[in-house]
Ligand binder design. Structure first.
Ligand code: F6P
Length: 754
């Protein structure tokens, strides 16, 4: 048997058997000595009793000098099979009468005085015997002595039996303990291995489907190590350069010019990177509150190309040329924004309806039920077609690199592929992918999977979501899945499915343009009318039910309840950018958030002090930077989140290496930012305790944690994210080109041969 639990148990069982064997070996002589001592004592007593019984007749017969009667008396007495022999000696130590069995060698042995024998044990060739002497008197005169000899071989038999029993008992004990050990070891090994497997599959990492799926306590010490190992392994697999060599915008440009030979890059997303808005003061340009936009914009600045997106701003039409193009960023144009126009009805069905009432709750599993309507689906198909046509019309060659963003465009990859079969289509799914069973709720699941498999590469943030996707394809499509290589072969084409954790662009210089933290702290506190030493918490989110804002407020309330000393000393600023507010679910959510903030403020507030400051309004990047830098703690408590870039933005902003990040274990970011205080946001006390811990964390610990997270985010930045996808794309493109050359060469050769 070669099972590891068996091998492990042997290490325990062999010493156990040795110890038990040694024990038995030591115990047996001890037991022998004890048995002997008891037996001797027994025989002494027995001899005394026998001598007393024989005293009277023997004295009579001795006085009569009747040796025959003495012998008869003795022969009757030795019927008892333990009494071996008897002899009677006169006072001159001459044997007067004895049984035939009496050993001659004993003679009239004189080994003791009176009744007490000093050496009762005598070894004869036939075995050990016990000899006892008893003085015989008659009429107060000594007549001689009676010698009683007992056979002691029964003691040897008894001792041998005892040894056998002890050995047998030791053997049985060893067997029973071994069996129990084997069973326990096997069960623990089984559980342990199950735990390790789940850890390796990523199910015990922070981003699991259910909040309960966290590593059990005995696995906790391993989680960090396994993550680090997995990261190293993943880097190796991607052939990534040393971590100390960060990716930069320049490096990304070099990759595009070199490996992609300057091929055209087209990005498609629903949200545009710059929104033009009509205001009384004229046209204003805004950056939307969107992690996707923050990340992809940095990449587009580096790669140029064209970004196709929905023109949703009130002044968007006024700012484009006749091709619906506008050069952005406005202050330093480096790429083109192509706007696509949607009617209100299209926007309602495709964006609000199918994308945000259907796919969004479906993928986030945050206790809001998805709603699927055929009319929404129809708009979704139409709008995907419209954007696909925009991509096709923007393409200058038949093989552009198309970067498709997010769940708004699940059908677009296939639509583009049909017209541009040689295009390299990289689709990135920015939100979680649910398990196959949950995904099965969607009435158009096959169409969605089919659409996505039009991509050359399909990316997710985490291995967990990638695996969920593979499982969904396995369950609902006829496709061949190579799990090892993470490829799906479907309809004669191959899609590479990978995980590429998204990130942010690390600030160019660590000193940044910002004011020193001490100054920002003072300004922000002043602006909020807080005491200069007030502890400040910050939350930055879209007003979305997946972000855990309610749970965050509940944790704050509980912390104030448990630590009344914090009342008046701690204020939390929640920045909540309005989002998708025409949907009922979002309106109701906003009402709940406001009501809860108000209730907590009523409970703990006092004149001049509010524990929660809710700023439900759009804030630009510069304003956010101020809050990030002024805060003592940043809370990211999403109930489920693909990545969450607020966590990384907070870290990037803290070049003073202080501040604490509290991070939900259900964000993709928690897989990388191990030095954050990781929490289960559904557990109010856990959130409250983490908040108190963050507010009282010594500066040195804050620095250690922040330094480590900063080095990670600096290296694993958005250029690395895009770089890895584009490098994989370049490799696949190269393979594609070689294959098509080989095919056309072999076609030519066949033609010539004919
Ligand atoms: O997280 C999903 C996502 O699409 C992000 O990529 C983006 O940051 C956010 O939602 C914005 O949502 P919307 O564009 O609907 O405002």
């Amino acid at each position: 048997m070669s099972h590891p639990s068996f091998r492990l148990s042997l290490r325990f069982i062999l010493p156990l058997i040795l110890v038990l064997g040694l024990g038995a070996y030591l115990v047996v002589p001890l037991m022998d000595a004890l048995t002997l001592r008891w037996s001797l004592r027994d025989l002494d007593t027995r001899s005394r009793v026998l001598a007393a019984a024989l005293q009277e007749p023997l004295a009579d017969y001795a006085n009569d000098k009747s040796t025959t009667r003495i012998r008869q008396l003795f022969n009757r007495a030795i019927d008892d099979d333990r009494l071996y022999a008897l002899a009677f000696c006169n006072t001159d130590d001459v044997i007067i009468a004895s049984t035939a069995s009496y050993p001659e060698a004993l003679g009239c042995r004189n080994t003791g005085s009176g009744d007490a024998l000093r050496q009762p044990l005598v070894r004869l060739p036939q075995g050990p015997i016990h000899v006892a002497e008893s003085l015989l008197t008659g009429d107060a005169k000594p007549l001689g002595k009676l010698i009683l000899v007992h056979d002691m071989r029964f003691i040897e038999r008894r001792s041998a039996d005892a040894t056998r029993y002890v050995m047998l008992l030791a053997g049985i004990l060893a067997l029973v303990i071994s069996a129990i050990t084997l069973l326990v070891a096997h069960l623990s090994w089984h559980d342990w291995m199950k735990g390790v497997r789940r850890l390796l599959r990523g199910e015990l990492m922070p981003l699991s489907e259910t909040p309960a799926a966290v590593a059990p306590p005995e696995m906790q010490p391993l989680v960090g190590d396994v993550r680090a190992l997995m990261r190293e392994y993943h880097l190796e697999r991607l052939g990534a350069p040393a971590v100390s060599e960060p990716w930069t915008a320049d490096k990304l440009r070099t990759l595009l010019d070199g490996e992609l030979a300057g091929d055209q890059v087209l990005v498609v997303s629903n949200r545009e990177p710059y929104i033009h808005i009509d205001t009384p003061a004229g046209i204003e340009v805004r950056r939307p509150a969107s992690g996707l936009v923050t990340a992809v914009e940095a990449v587009m600045r580096a790669c140029s190309g064209t970004w196709i997106a929905h023109g949703g701003g009130s002044a968007d039409r006024q700012t484009v040329d006749r091709h619906d193009h506008v050069r952005v960023p406005p202050d330093n144009p480096s790429y083109t924004l192509r706007r696509v126009w949607l009617s209100k009805e299209e926007e309602r069905g495709y964006y609000y309806g199918f994308a945000n009432e259907g796919i969004w709750p479906l993928c986030h599993i945050a206790h809001v039920r998805p709603v699927f309507r055929t009319s929404d689906w129809d708009r979704y198909v139409e709008v995907n077609q419209r954007f696909a046509e925009a991509v096709i019309s923007e393409a200058r060659s038949d093989d552009p690199v198309v970067l498709v963003q997010d769940y708004h465009f699940a059908l677009l990859p296939r639509m583009v592929r049909e017209v541009l079969p040689r295009a390299t289509i990289i689709t990135f799914w920015h939100i979680p992918w649910p398990n196959s069973e949950s995904f099965g709720i969607c009435p158009w699941r096959e169409q969605i999977l089919d659409g996505l498999l039009g991509s050359t590469i399909l990316g997710f943030h985490t291995p967990f979501h990638r695996k969920n996707f593979l499982d969904s394809v396995d369950r609902y499509l006829e496709a061949r899945i190579e799990t090892e290589a993470s490829t799906i072969s479907y309809g004669g084409a191959l899609t590479q499915v990978e995980n590429y954790p998204i990130s942010i662009a690390w600030p160019e210089s660590d000193d940044s343009d910002n004011l020193p933290v001490a100054e920002v702290r003072a300004r922000v506190r002043n602006a909020l009318a807080l005491a200069p030493n007030c502890l400040l918490g910050i939350g930055v989110d879209r007003l979305d039910y997946t972000k855990g804002i309610i749970e965050r407020f509940q944790a704050i309330e509980r912390m104030l309840e448990l630590s009344p000393g914090m009342v008046g000393k701690f204020t939390f600023v929640q920045i909540a950018a309005p989002s998708r507010s025409s949907l009922e679910e979002y309106q109701a959510f906003e009402v709940r958030v406001r009501a809860l903030a108000q209730r907590i403020n009523l409970r703990f507030g006092r004149p001049g002090y509010l524990p929660i400051v809710l700023k439900a309004a759009y804030h630009d990047q510069q304003q956010l930077q101020q809050f990030y830098r002024a805060a003592d703690v940043c809370m990211v408590t999403s109930l489920h989140d693909g990545m969450n870039l607020v966590a990384k933005e907070f870290i990037a902003a803290r070049n003073d290496e202080s501040g604490v990040l509290i991070l939900s274990q259900f964000t993709g970011a928690s897989r990388e930012l191990h030095e954050a205080l990781l929490i289960n946001p559904y557990h109010v006390e856990e959130g409250a305790n983490a908040l108190l811990r963050a507010l009282t964390m010594p500066a040195i610990e804050q620095r250690e944690r922040m330094r480590s997270m900063r080095s990670l985010v600096r290296n694993f930045n958005v250029y690395r994210w895009a770089g890895h996808m584009l490098r994989d794309a370049a490799r696949l493109r190269q393979r594609e080109r070689v294959m098509s050359k080989i095919h056309s060469h072999s076609r030519r050769s066949r033609r010539q041969a004919v």
